[in-house]
Design a protein. Structure first.
Lengths: 796, 242
């Protein structure tokens, strides 16, 4: 072959490689502009769903402002401590917004904020976050702040996406905000009077507060003092300044009273306006006291005016918050948790069991009482901590607005759906009537049943562990549900082979040492359910669920209503209604194995359409006597509320799930059952026995949860779907489902797991080696035959 | 079949026959499968995670490939150069381009068999739960593309030297560089990170691993492979320089 000179060759190679690289870059640039993508995942996890496309297409002029810090660090740890590559996260955010824009038919304008982005974002109510980069300033470490979020503007309304650290939630969050923004604008017209009244009150209070701020001297040292304290001279000077500006202040503050009168005239029409009016009334009263103090002749009395000014500033902040709440309220629907019948109610109760002023007195009468009171306080803190955590982390963080509903009163109009979570005891006839009427009025009701009190291990008041029996709860919600075609049978479902494990605390002894450990046992009363109604968005994307202590339901069709079984057990399942049924895992497995399968059983169902009242043809149950607050200034003049029209039929929707997902009620009334303040004052030692029982109650709640806590993760998507369904946000159900795609594994015991591990780690490679050895042997054999053929069979 | 295709096919078959006629391929693939199995079932703790997915393994395999693919490609041309058989090869009526493409297809054959054998993991996982097959298909397509890009780089380094070990080390360095170019350059030159992300195998693989097939990623891998192979051809031709 002809040789080329190095120079010529080098030049040729450089030219070819340069030309190839340039062409490659150009091809990539063109491909970057003309691209297509396809999502191979089964649930189209990476593609906007139809609901999201519809949500953005519903706007005729949507403006989005992106707040994205330009200088993100490489990674940020999210709330679970996992590092997030910020470049990818920010890119995913931009891509997602771009995807929405592509479906907006040119009606969505995207603006990217520049300049001091963090400050702008904070003003727009976005949440800034910090990484690990910090600088020392005035002897303190100041962490650098970043923002990643957006605001969505339509008409005069705005919604904020405060922090976008989780790309897997983007679609759900953005679609939810768009739906909310649209609802807010659509409903604002219906509430125009209320919104105007609220706005007027807010502006009047703001003007009054501003007049006070303007009147105060700016150089009296209050700002420099960390506690805002004034010297006597400065205080006198400030009072003097208020006196000098009294006319201006009065002029500005005179506007509060008429706006308040207008708002009070609308009292009872909207809770947010009521709250705003309440705070504004407090502002007005404080202002009156401020004026009186200022007009006083005694110097000491004049000084109290300053305290009233402080109060006025504080109340103004509350008024701001209530005004924002009212402004956001059009179309807002919360989920009402019915806190009755010993149902699970995720709200902390801050009222102390023992009034703090009584604690020292109790100690004088009973030496143990003070200690008991102290321990009760700690237990109450623990209960509130758990409930507060559930409220925050399980519901609010997921975007659910939840409210406590007291069935003694009519359900507020702001409640979009009701949830009754595992009632253990009977509701009063009036409470059942309220639920009945709420559903017939077009409302949604989600009921999680809790038919049996079942606990594998029970902590006794003396601290020992004992196996208990099944005990029937006394809830009567089934009577109401049966009227609508879903009847709880009262029998628990046990799966013979497809069941989860229960975590059991056991004591391990080795010689003198003993320690506690968690052990897992297969447990038929924790059935794993796979048969889902694929036509329902509630369960369509759920592969399986573990419903602890789940009750079988029977469903009955009737003209006008549609009853849909959502989840069913296998044919192998059996039902249990014998209180003697063993709860101990081994005995339970043995008992279940002896019983013939009688399934499938329906364990969750919905009913929609025209429903008949449970109380049709009967007299409405009597309302409970209203509890009057004698100290309330308007208690005496309150007129009876207008009774809503009674319905015997109506369109409604009900979802019934045969399990409470393992969330047993946790409240003061369930844990401190039988608490009587008088017993503490009585000097009796029985209080110690009672205290031990209360302590055991709380421990048992925790033990129960720990036994089935692992199943909660698998059920969380279903819980969220049910809550979305309750506020009629079916479109969001499917989008949310994308975030929680769970594909749980078949339950294997430790031996089976080890077998699979060995098969995967060693089996596959060994098989491949064997395959190779066989191949080599076969080739050698063929070679020998070939040689033999060529040599005429002379070699053996 | 044209002569060019016949030549390419003959060279590719010769490579595959060499690998599978000796214990090299069996040992390499066996070790690779064992490492994957250990990662998925021991390091990642698959049963504890309780999810029927092999995405964690798919996301990790490009890292395993950084050592595995160069080990396959290191001998492709360096061994021919060392043993002098390259001169014998060029006495055939084949062009340098046909040699490079033939050798490259041979390496892709090994890659394909490796990935085929690793399907045992999705099969095991699929038998224990409901696997998202779309995600598996996307993941395997991504792995094939990453592996093919590594093989092209491995082939390129193999043309540079007679020493297999040096070819291996150079290929490992190149693969590592292009796998995480954005992170490496970004750590010293923050503002250039985004620009270099366009050249990063990792960034382009991330999309495919989550089941999104984007033509931009496909074009990136295709052009990357073409550029590497063109460079390899030019490098092979350099032996004719005086």
């Amino acid at each position: 072959m002809a040789k080329t000179s190095k120079l010529t060759g080098g030049l040729y190679v450089t030219a070819v490689i340069t030309a190839t690289v340039v062409i490659a870059v150009l091809v990539n640039i063109i491909a970057g502009r003309l691209f297509g993508r396809t999502d191979l995942t089964e649930a189209n996890l990476n593609t906007l769903s139809q609901a999201s496309r519809d949500a953005v297409a519903a706007f005729d002029e949507l403006e989005v402002t992106l707040y994205i810090s330009p200088d993100f660090p490489e990674t940020i740890r999210d709330e679970s401590g996992q590092p997030r590559v910020m470049r990818d996260v920010a890119q995913a955010f931009r891509d997602k917004i771009e995807e929405y824009r592509s479906y907006a038919d040119g009606k969505m304008v995207v603006r990217v904020a520049d300049g001091d982005i963090v400050e702008q974002a904070k003003t727009a109510n976005l949440r800034a976050f910090s990484g690990e980069e910090a600088t020392a300033k005035d002897g303190r470490l100041e962490f650098k702040q970043y923002v990643l979020g957006a605001t969505f503007h339509y008409a005069d309304a705005m919604e904020v996406f405060p922090l976008g650290l989780y790309p897997e939630h983007y679609e759900f969050e953005i679609t939810r905000l768009l739906t909310r923004l649209r609802d807010k604008v659509d409903h604002a017209a219906e509430m125009q009077d209320l919104l105007t009244a609220g706005k007027n009150v807010h502006e009047a209070v703001g003007a009054c507060d501003k007049a006070l701020v303007d009147a105060a001297p700016k150089d009296d040292g209050a700002g420099a003092n960390p506690f805002g304290l004034l010297t006597a001279d400065a205080a006198e000077k400030r009072v003097g300044a208020y006196q000098t500006a009294a006319l201006e202040i009065q002029k500005a503050c005179d506007g509060v009273a008429p706006t308040l009168t207008a708002a009070t005239a609308l009292q009872g029409t909207h809770p947010s306006l009521d709250s705003l009016a309440y705070m504004a009334t407090a502002f007005s009263q404080n202002y009156g006291q401020f004026q009186q103090a200022l007009a006083a002749t005694e110097a000491e009395q004049k000084q109290t005016a300053l305290q009233f000014v402080e109060n006025l500033h504080a109340i103004k902040a509350e008024v701001d918050s209530e005004a924002k709440n009212l402004e956001d309220s059009p179309g807002r629907k919360s989920i009402g948790f019915v806190c009755a019948g010993d149902a699970f109610c995720p709200f902390a109760d801050d009222s102390p069991l023992v009034p703090p002023e009584l604690a020292p007195v109790l100690g004088q009468k009973n030496p143990f009482a003070q200690q008991v009171v102290q321990q009760l306080g700690l237990m109450q803190d623990r209960i509130n901590q758990v409930l507060g955590g559930v409220e925050r982390n399980l519901f609010k963080r997921q975007g659910f607005e939840i409210a406590k509903v007291d069935l003694a009163k009519p359900v507020p109009t702001t409640v979009g759906g009701l949830v009754l979570f595992g009632p253990k005891t009977a509701l009063t006839p009036h409470q059942l009537f309220q639920l009945d009427q709420y559903v017939l009025g077009g409302g949604s009701l989600v009921v999680f049943l809790n038919p049996w009190d079942a606990q594998l291990l029970n902590v006794t008041p003396k601290g020992a562990m004992s196996v208990t029996q099944l005990t029937k709860n006394t809830s009567n919600i089934g009577e109401l549900l049966a009227t609508w075609g879903i009847t709880p049978t009262g029998a628990l479902v046990a799966e013979k082979s497809d069941h989860d494990v229960v975590n059991v605390l056991s004591v391990v002894r080795q010689g003198q040492l003993a320690w506690q450990t968690q052990k897992q046992f297969p447990y038929p009363l924790l059935p794993v359910l796979h048969a889902m109604a694929t036509e329902s968005p509630l369960v369509r994307s759920i592969a399986s669920l573990t419903l602890p202590w789940v009750e079988a339901l029977t469903v009955t069709e009737a003209p006008g209503r549609t009853v849909t079984p959502l989840i069913e057990s296998t044919k192998d399942a059996i039902t249990v209604s014998d209180p003697q049924f063993p709860l101990e895992p081994t005995a339970q497995l043995a008992r279940v194995a002896q019983t013939a399968g009688a399934g499938p059983f329906v364990v969750a169902a919905t009913v929609t359409g025209e429903l008949t009242s449970h109380f049709a043809g009967k007299e409405a149950p009597a309302e409970p006597a209203a509890e009057e607050d004698p100290e309330s200034p308007d208690a005496a003049k309150k007129e009876p509320a207008v009774k809503p029209q009674r319905r015997d039929k109506g369109e409604g929707r009900v979802l019934v799930i045969g399990s409470n997902l393992g969330l047993e009620p946790l409240s003061q009334s369930t844990i401190f059952a039988g608490f009587d303040l008088a017993a503490l004052t009585g000097g009796s030692f029985e209080i110690i026995d009672q205290f031990q029982q209360w302590r055991a109650n709380l421990q048992n709640w925790e033990v129960r949860l720990s036994q089935i806590q692992h199943t909660l993760n698998d059920n969380i998507q279903f819980l969220f779907n049910a809550l979305d369904w309750s506020i009629q946000q079916e479109a969001l159900v499917e989008i949310r489902s994308k975030q929680y795609q769970r594909r749980p594994l078949e339950q294997l015991d430790e031996g089976q797991q080890s077998l699979v591990k060995v098969a995967a780690v060693a089996g596959a490679p060994i098989l491949f080696i064997l395959f190779g050895l066989l191949g080599i042997a076969w080739r050698r054999r063929r070679k020998r035959r070939l040689v033999a053929t060529l040599t005429g069979g002379t070699r053996a | 079949m044209t002569d060019a295709l016949r030549n390419v096919s003959a060279i590719a078959k010769r490579e595959l026959a060499f690998y599978f006629g000796s214990p090299i391929a069996y040992v390499a693939i066996t070790v690779f499968l064992a490492i994957c199995g250990v990662y998925l079932f021991v390091v990642y703790d698959f049963f504890n995670a309780n999810q029927a997915t092999i995405r964690p393994l798919i996301e990790q395999i490009p890292l395993f490939f950084i050592l595995y693919i160069p080990a396959i490609t290191m001998r492709l041309l360096s061994e021919e150069k060392r043993a002098g058989t390259i001169e014998l090869l060029v006495t055939w009526p084949v062009t340098d381009t046909q040699i490079i493409v033939g050798k490259y297809l041979g390496a892709l054959g090994i890659l394909a068999v490796t990935l085929l054998m690793s399907l045992v993991f999705p099969l095991i996982v699929g038998s224990l739960g409901e696997l998202d097959t779309g995600l598996v298909i996307g993941g395997y397509l991504g792995l094939f593309l990453v592996g093919a890009a590594y093989a092209a780089m491995g082939l390129l380094t193999s043309t540079w030297t007679q020493n297999q070990i040096i070819a291996f080390i150079l290929a490992v360095l190149l693969c590592t560089f292009f796998y995480a170019i954005d992170t490496m350059i970004g750590s010293v030159w923050e503002s250039a990170r985004d620009a270099f992300a366009a050249l990063s195998m990792k960034a382009h693989f991330a999309n495919i691993a989550r089941g999104v097939i984007d033509t931009r990623d496909l074009v990136f891998y295709a052009t990357f492979i073409v550029v590497s192979l063109v460079c390899a051809v030019q490098s092979l031709q350099a032996r004719n320089w005086k």
